[in-house]
Design a protein. Sequence first.
Length: 232
Amino acid sequence: MATILIAEDERDLNNLLRRHLEDEGHRVLQALDGPSALLLARRERPDLVILDWMLPGLDGLEVCRRVRRDSIVPILILTARSEEVDRVLGLEVGADDYLTKPFSVRELLARVRALLRRIELDRDANTAEAAPAVLQAGPLRVDVAGHVASLDGTPVELTPKEFDLLALLVRNPGRAFARDYLIEKVWGYDAAGSDRTVDTHVLRLRRKLGPVGERIETVWGVGYRLARMVAE
């Protein structure tokens, strides 16, 4: 069971999602405006936030920005805005996933399961058996068990999806990954129409990692790879 916060001002949709999530065994918190969503996120520390873009009082993007200052909780943004620039903006402020209205409840539940599954995998101590607990790529150190990445000993603030993507690349230096494969392994759902999600997360990693981030290479017609470094 997870605690999930739904911040959606359409009351009927909010209640519909609550019923379906409760049917899956989750504890659900509800907010109808931005300030209430921010208050609940900080007070209750949910495991997942479903956040509508156009909230009254404080819009979803601003709520996302403020939550992300002190939390790495997975955030799924809901919006009627379908333009690519809007999708990118949502991801840029720290959202982990993006769902355009109208959507099917089945699809939303699949996204929720995928995000929660990533949390479970991160917390599972048995993952240490499949890969080293600490990965090294030049000055970059990725502590998989502790979910911390650092450059020359200085922690780098990453969202859960950024960390998962980085860990996958560092674990497989020199290997090129298709975007579809990355979506499946990192996000856990079908990759159709999600290329931009990968591109945006790679862009953010490059910015946050500086010179090391520049080692995340674009493989044209395929996807991305992390170039091998001298001290791995």
